[in-house]
Design a protein around this ligand. Sequence first.
Ligand SMILES: O=P(O)(O)OC[C@H]1O[C@H](O)[C@H](O)[C@@H](O)[C@@H]1O
Length: 264
Amino acid sequence: MTAISMVDYGALPAVRIEGPGGAAVIVTLYGAHLVSWKTADGQERIFCSARSSLDGSRAIRGGVPVIFPQFAARGTGMRHGFARVSTWRLVGSGDGFAEFSLAEGDLAPAIAAAWPYSFALALRIEVLADELRFSLEVRNPGAQAFPFAAALHTYFMVDRIANAAIDGVQDGEMIITDKYDHIHFGITEAIVLRSGMGALKLEQQGFPDAVVWNPGAADSAALADMEGDEYQHFVCIEPALVEPIELEAGGIWTGQHQVSVIAA
Ligand SMILES: O=P(O)(O)OC[C@H]1O[C@H](O)[C@H](O)[C@@H](O)[C@@H]1O
């Protein structure tokens, strides 16, 4: 039996989606932001900072921020775009999945004025026993083309960053020893993340790139919403469309991400 229910996450209304075998995720309407993914074995797989704001006053630190229409500071708009700081609508649900929407009418007036395009985002999140699936659709229902970038800025929980190894983003295995922030353009194969918590396979379609980030000790200490040695316990591996593309009037772009537990 799979089900969805409304819960509170901090001060934020959220949707809990239960999948087969008790696997479950929690997604806040603020940002359509996945903040927890427990696989059927009860193991939490996603990092969320204990110091994160959870009241809608700023982006959540951790989870899976939806990045749109700008990646980081690569543009003139809000850092990482407005999708992660806007309140989405729950528009559909079924067996182990829910769908969220964001369009220009949902934006705060100042944000809408700064990005004056007609758009519609749809994020579908589906929970299986040992797998999580995302599908992000960007539509242009307007008469004018718009440029956009997008990413699913996923914070994967690891036991210790020194125990994490990443395959599939560069030649050979990657081990992170301190601050690391790099865009790997043109991902062609599945990525595997191994740590003391087991192994995850990450597959992406539509998103051409993968960004790998860990702030390391110094940058982490400068982040108001990250505490102590929390940086030791996650690595972001982000399916991304970093270089903006134009979406013509009537156009649709789709990016997908699947994360599954595999034998270590
Ligand atoms: O602090 P944020 O705006 O959430 O950004 C967090 C991080 O996002 C991406 O991974 C970028 O590559 C990093 O340069 C950035 O520091």
